[in-house]
Design a protein around this ligand. Sequence first.
Ligand code: NAD
Ligand code: FES
Length: 274
Amino acid sequence: MFRVLENDEIAPKVHRMVVEAPRIARARQPGQFVIIHCGPQSERIPLTIADARNGTITLFIQAVGDGTREIVSIPAGGDIRDIAGPLGSATHIKAWGRVVCVGGGVGTAVLYPLAKALADGGNDVTTIIGGRSAPFIILRDELAAFSKEVLVTTEDGSMGTKGFVTTELRRLMDDPARRPSAVFAVGPVPMMSAVAEMTRPDGIETIVSLNPIMVDGTGMCGGCRVSVEGEIKFACVDGPEFDAHKVDFRELQSRQNTYKEACCRASAASSPAA
Ligand code: NAD
Ligand code: FES
């Protein structure tokens, strides 16, 4: 059992949970994730470890389906039955110099530990975070603590620049004094694909963190497979970070859509209104 110490809704349907997990907290490295399993009938949900300190891990969860809703319904003082991890490979940190970290929506929570590790590794980090509107902008102050600047975009213009994260990335790339040597991007698949296409012509090294459907998290089930430069990779053991210019985003999106449709059908079938 893992005791939930804090559970706060920090944006619409996005919860920040602090959970007691001393062994995972000790072993965890930036970029790694855990798989949560609340009970025998529950889904297994992969979640990035956003932070680890004093025997606790911090997780950000967007409550979008039955599995994630079950997790966020556990109040402070309650227990999570099973947490496996840390899983996946740690972020490979190099001294790139100027790095731009791009976070889309709840993907910003996954970006946070990567950006922090890059800054701790001596890189000059500029962060771009985007959301539909102001309430969906998360971790701005936390990222500002180690970023040279944090640029915010919202689709309705209610905070920062009106537009997508790529609006600000384009601006940085066009400014010789702020042009990055590397870009890290985490968020919805269309966002990561758009970032990859923006940096590809200039050959700017670009790394994305992928979150395909995962089941076992150990490379056995094949659920999380992605094509990288024509080769099959498993995000849970070979990733979750990959060279964005080598990822087949079209296939990844199509696999995500298949699961989304199956999930919608299952929810509709189990809904009392159906
Ligand atoms: P969202 O759809 O509200 O998008 C957030 C921001 O991403 C937008 O405001 C915009 O700035 C940017 N964006 C979206 N589409 C874009 C495009 N085509 N071009 C350029 N920029 C674009 O995001 P949300 O609802 O907060 O997040 C949900 C999505 O994020 C889900 O698809 C989920 O799977 C994904 N996600 C990914 C990770 C990961 O590790 N990669 C982690 C958590 C969530
Ligand atoms: Fe099963 Fe990755 S989750 S192979």
